[in-house]
Design a protein around this ligand. Structure first.
Ligand SMILES: *Cc1c(COP(=O)(O)O)cnc(C)c1O
Length: 359
């Protein structure tokens, strides 16, 4: 098998980005589709359930897919500086790809609301990290204006090149499954990712080079999950003060709101709100039953699936269901330790250990 060289190398002929420069890549993509049979028995009985584990991308989240394309396009456009607003993962991805491209990277983050592993990445990759006393939404408004007024390329998912990269995950899912899943469940924050999956699935059977798709076949139904405290796409109401411990989806004014709602409508899917309690329950369950450690926000899709099965709007029987686990659990060590900490202390000798283990 030929070595994997990243998504532009694999799918660039089907991406609407400049081909005038060499791809800026960290060999992102090609993430595993992991079967979750034990979790299925708990939350979606009768389903063939999988995780598309996007936490295994080079900087630990799916954002790498959109960043290889956005940074490559920005290099083609001559940009020497890039900027983004971020709940964390976009910052880490932008910083890494900008470093590789020799660009300066500026990231705006909501002060105190970003997980430690994400901040660590952005700092390590040499970005200029600026914390604002405001939400992601405020940060996004600021960087949009800055990129209009200064020669700085904006690499948030309002940039169409981001979606060109992110849509490749849909094609990988089809290739890995040998056709479309019945349902695809994922968290929704700024709504770039759900829009990208729908683009990917919609472009799929035609130009798709996977010859295993039974065509014509039905595109998947999409289940988008927002955090209950940041769910404007569910309530239909503005959400000026988004609140959730799932910080990657702590967004009150999704930039791709219209496109996401169109994807839900066209796929005959559903957008629902999950509480932090439901999110954290799913977060622990997938780690403890299947050995897959994702960050809290990533578990929102699983929590949404569970809720939809329980309320009878999704019948899992005989269905192939893919949940996208958007980021790695190590991104947010504080959540893991605070939530699950049960560390027993014993003296440093074997007798004490055996006593402590009750053996
Ligand atoms: C960015 C992000 C999301 C939300 O994706 P959107 O495209 O903003 O909807 C979900 N989970 C994680 C881990 C993320 O980094």
């Amino acid at each position: 098998m030929a070595a994997w060289k990243g998504i532009i190398h694999a799918y660039g002929d089907r991406m609407n980005i400049s081909k005038s420069v060499a791809p800026v890549t960290l060999c992102e993509g090609n993430t595993p589709l992991i079967p979750l049979p034990k979790l299925a028995a708990r939350i979606a009985p009768g389903a063939e359930l999988y995780a598309k584990f996007e936490g295994l991308n080079p900087t630990g989240s799916f954002k790498d897919r959109g960043m290889t394309t956005a940074i490559t396009q920005s290099v083609a456009d001559g940009a020497q500086t890039v900027i983004c607003a971020s709940t964390g993962n976009t910052a880490a991805a932008a910083a890494a790809y900008a470093a590789r491209a020799g660009q300066m990277c500026v990231v705006l983050i909501p002060d105190g609301k970003i997980a430690l592993g994400k901040l660590a990445g952005a700092i390590a990759y040499g970005a200029r990290v600026i914390a604002i006393d405001g939400s992601f939404d405020a940060a996004l408004r600021m960087v949009r204006e800055v990129s209009d007024r200064a020669p700085i390329a904006l690499v948030n998912s309002v940039n169409p090149a981001r979606l060109e990269g992110q849509k490749t995950a849909a094609w990988e899912v089809c290739e890995q499954l040998g056709g479309f899943p019945d349902w695809l469940c994922l968290p929704v924050g700024n709504a770039g990712n759900i829009s990208s999956y729908w683009m990917g699935f919609s472009e799929c059977p035609g130009p798709c080079r996977c010859d295993v798709c039974p065509r014509p076949s039905r595109k998947p139904q999409l289940l988008g999950a927002q955090a209950a405290g940041a769910a404007p796409l569910v309530t239909g109401l503005p959400c000026p003060n988004p609140e959730t411990r799932a910080t990657a989806i702590r967004i009150g004014a999704p930039a791709r709101a219209e496109q996401a709602l169109t994807a839900i409508r066209e796929s005959n899917g559903q957008m629902l709100a999950v509480t932090d309690e439901e999110i954290f329950r799913a977060y622990h369950l997938v780690a403890e039953t299947e050995g897959v450690f994702c960050e809290p926000s990533s578990a929102a899709g699983l929590a949404g699936l569970h809720q939809a099965v329980q309320n009878g709007t999704l019948n899992p029987e005989g269905k192939r269901i893919v949940c996208v686990l958007t980021g790695h659990g190590l991104k947010d060590p504080d959540s893991a330790v605070a939530e699950g900490a049960d560390i027993q202390k014993v003296e440093a000798n074997v007798d004490a250990l055996l006593r402590g283990l009750n053996l």
